[in-house]
Design a protein around this ligand. Sequence first.
Ligand SMILES: Cc1cc2nc3c(=O)[nH]c(=O)nc-3n(C[C@H](O)[C@H](O)[C@H](O)COP(=O)(O)O)c2cc1C
Length: 462
Amino acid sequence: MAQQIHVNAFEMATPGHINHGLWRVPGNRRTQYKDLEYWTDLARVLERGLFDAVFLADVVGTYTTYQGSRRAALRAGMQVPNIDPAFVVPAMAAVTEHLGFAVTSTTTYEPPFGHARRLSTLDHLTNGRLAWNVVTGYLPDAALNYGLTEQVKHDDRYAIAEEYLEVVYRLLEGSWEDDAVVLDPAGPTYTDPDKVHEIGFEGRYYTVAGPHLSEPSRQRTPVLYQAGTSSRGKAFAARHAEAVFLLPRDDQQGREEIADLRRLAVEAGRGPRDVKAFVGAEVVVAPTQAEAEDKVAVLQEHRDLEGHLVLFSGWAGIDLSGDDTDAFLEYRGGDAMQTFERMWSQGEGRKKVGELVQHLSRPENDSRFVAGTPAQVADRIEELVDTTDADGINLIQHLSPGTFVDFVDLVVPELQRRGRYRTAYTPGETLRERLFGEGVRRPLPGHPSNAFRTAALDQPVG
Ligand SMILES: Cc1cc2nc3c(=O)[nH]c(=O)nc-3n(C[C@H](O)[C@H](O)[C@H](O)COP(=O)(O)O)c2cc1C
């Protein structure tokens, strides 16, 4: 039987995330990204559609590569202004019972101790529905906001991330024993002091004494997402990621990247399916082809091409505003996202600046884009997932919440009819159980966090 397809909603608390200029489309609620009601309404739509989770992207800087300035990003509302996604999660959790929440946070700037508490806090408040999208951060000016004078080098960011995760694992998995909280009214004893341990971590980048401040949540370590496919990025994902998010150039590249990730996970002592793969998908759906085409025309009419050039320039670290549109993109192994720098500067995808600008001028140019009837869209999603050997999709939006409402009303029933989509949530399951099966609340054996479980620590510290 064909596997069920996992579906996340790809979101960001900002006017323009992936598709730009669309805040002007009548009925699109993008300008309400800072209103609680926007998020609670969205959460109800996604839970009605039985989505796995909402994936909340985030950046802690602005896009300054395009034209060497952030002016175009500000003009377009291109990922600025924005608000901290962690703060919308409790509100969404309060109006839902099952929907998961993947929150992006960088390992390069904010120290791990405070972040580990934030993770426990959100996993408690969501009753075990939290995921963390572990990013290292690719925007040059972010570093200047955190006391640094320049961007941290690409591979150094991953080295920091390795140590960062070890600290987080020690705090979440190794500081509090499962039965530390005893609630003994006779004592009276709330917590058994012998069951809470300092971590006494001294590393190259961090020194953290501990103990962690929060008692264990249902998942302890939230589900770990990651989204980097440079060689350093893949090595990191193969060790730590439980889910990887990819935006491949085409299905073939997606298939190659996912196969490589699974191979590297096995080399890292894990199972090939211990890493779930999610590929990006862009969907415009309507009862008829003609209506779908009308919707695409509205999107095209409002598309802010410069917004897309700003985004890609920031992603790849290549300024697309240059006049020499006949020049080929050059791969330099820069400090932004090497995945995207390589994607359009090497091999089959190699393009001239002008060709890439042309490519970015219409949504249909992206292999992940599909517009049509529910059956046509379901065909493409099945093909995308089956060809790439992915486990699911991250649904990229055009209209908020229009894209998701259409998907829930028109595509979900079609995928259910084909047996490719759940028809109900499993009551009380954690997000990790949704991905890996009933009872799997903690990372699977072979995952590096297991080495730091209290039981695994031969000599509890402190
Ligand atoms: C689909 C996708 C979503 C991403 N979302 C974010 C994000 O929200 N915030 C962020 O700082 N980086 C984000 N990244 C960047 C990655 O975390 C990573 O830094 C990037 O892919 C570079 O990795 P690489 O150089 O190993 O290829 C995303 C990357 C991809 C592919």
